[in-house]
Write a protein that binds this ligand. Structure first.
Ligand code: ARG
Length: 466
């Protein structure tokens, strides 16, 4: 049964119906639509549209429906209803007859859809925060276990300065914490109830919107009804959070694909997250990571798509806005999946400490140290940089490391160099000297892990009280 039969003489063209209906994707909003319908029935009782017996009956029937959709949401898909809102209403009318027809009094699908969608966002933000929590946990654990694994840090994919595997983990931890905070910020802005805004200009019934918001667990209510039914900022924000986080995940994946490559070999991915080749028996491909890298594109596309959907739309609700859901659902599914798979990859990861250290041989990663050493002897940095450059050229010629050049050779480049230079060139010393706040020294990394653990237990408590 359609919701708007009265004014029409002809029936809907089937092709148009298929085009127009959103049930095939918005059935995922069933729980939230039922919950907001229960709250609306209570509001209708406060303005005497429903008596208490009627409200109870409606609430009871809605709760039965809620149990049903929780068990098997896909059953909804066999219905011919236009969207999830009409599906819920139709079900009530089927069960309760005339009483079911009272529920939509004073409400429009325009305030209903955005209420439902905001509630859906809240549930899914919680799920995402949960998954980010797991990722942070395993990342911290991996960092903790690999504090003594020294490896090259890169710029331009060229060996730059020595870092530790733990430090690399902590860099990504920072990104995921920012992603988490962005989600929490978005939640703050979307936690306002639209119910009671009607089609666009408010409702004629004297309902208490604050009470409604409270029943639904919203922090407060939205202000202007015209804005409320037009607003999908929270969808854009949600997707853009995902787009930023997917960029982080794709870089994380790419770093590991590189570390796992034959030439590099810093890590080995587990059989559980790799696949073989149909032809080449020796292959073990990093498909999980490549897919994370690849799926990033979909989410960037969804962000652009969602923005284009809203661009230039006149106020207030327009059917274009029905398109928001597929972008959002697809984004949230992809993001959740990529976070979970990233955790799985990390959980089973083997770090090859020897390969990491060996990579630093002849990489001249300690060149900056030598320049700083010359600075400590009173040479201006720019001059020191030039002297060290020449020493490196000589070392390359001799196929030697800096520390394997003997003192006389070094003195030829600069007479200030003395025996103490060798302890400076030691990798451990290179790392420990970078003891500035946030630097790579073992001490700084230890502090960072400690504070990361504190952050983790704070997130844990927050999730419990969500
Ligand atoms: N299925 C619609 C959507 O997702 C619900 C709102 C319909 N409102 C309307 N006035 N046609 O946007």
């Amino acid at each position: 049964m359609s919701l708007w039969g009265g004014r029409f003489k002809e029936s809907t063209n089937q092709m148009f119906k298929n085009f127009n209906d959103s049930l095939k994707f918005d059935y995922r909003l069933a729980e939230q639509d039922i919950i907001s319908s229960i709250a609306w029935s209570k509001a209708l009782m406060t303005v005497n549209i429903l008596n208490s017996k009627e409200q109870k009956q409606l609430e009871q029937e809605l709760n039965i429906l809620l149990d049903k959709v929780r068990i098997n949401p896909k059953e909804i898909l066999s219905s011919q209803a236009e969207d999830i809102h009409s599906w819920v209403e139709n079900e009530l009318i089927l069960k309760l007859g005339e009483l079911g027809k009272k529920l939509h009094t004073g409400r429009s699908r325009n305030d209903q859809v955005t209420t439902t969608l905001r509630l859906w966002c809240k549930v899914n933000i919680k799920q995402l925060l949960q998954n980010i929590f797991e990722l942070k946990k395993i990342l911290i654990l991996t960092a903790e276990r690999n504090q003594d694994v020294i490896m090259p840090g890169y710029t331009h994919l060229q060996h730059a300065q020595p870092i530790t595997f733990a430090y690399w983990c902590l860099a990504y931890l920072e990104m995921f914490i920012r992603d988490e905070n962005r989600l929490k910020d978005t939640l703050k802005r979307l936690d306002y109830s639209p119910l009671g805004c009607g089609s666009l200009a408010g409702t004629t019934y004297n309902i208490d919107r604050y009470q409604l918001a409270n029943w639904l667990g919203f922090k407060s209510i939205t202000n202007n009804s015209l804005d409320t039914v037009s607003d999908r900022d929270y969808v854009i924000e949600f997707i853009s959070n995902a787009a930023i986080s997917m960029i982080h995940l794709s870089r994380f994946a790419e770093d590991m694909i590189f570390f796992n490559s034959h030439e590099v070999g810093f890590i080995e991915l587990s059989d559980e997250v790799t696949s073989g080749s149909s032809l080449m028996p020796q292959k073990k491909n990093p498909d999980a990571l490549e897919l994370i890298r690849g799926k990033c594109g979909r989410v960037q596309g969804a962000l652009a798509g969602m923005m284009m959907t809203l661009k230039g739309l006149p106020l207030s609700y327009n059917k274009d806005m029905q398109e928001d859901k597929e972008w959002l659902f697809h984004t949230v599914d992809t993001w959740n999946e990529c976070i979970t798979i990233s955790s799985l990859v990390l959980k089973k990861l083997t770090v090859n400490k020897i390969r990491c250290r060996d990579a630093l041989k002849q990489s001249y990663c300690n060149a900056t140290e030598l320049a700083d050493y010359l600075v400590s002897k009173g040479i201006p940095f720019r001059t020191a940089h030039c002297i060290v450059g020449k020493i490196i050229l000589e070392a390359i010629n001799q196929k030697s490391t800096l520390e394997d050049l003997d003192l006389n050779q070094l003195k030829n480049f600069c007479s200030f160099i003395t025996e103490d230079v060798y302890s400076i060139l030691d990798l451990q010393s290179c790392i420990n000297k970078r003891n500035s706040q946030g630097g790579v020294s073992f001490l700084q990394v230890m502090h960072a892990i400690k504070s990361a653990k504190k952050n983790l237990s704070k997130s844990f408590k927050e999730l419990k009280n969500f």
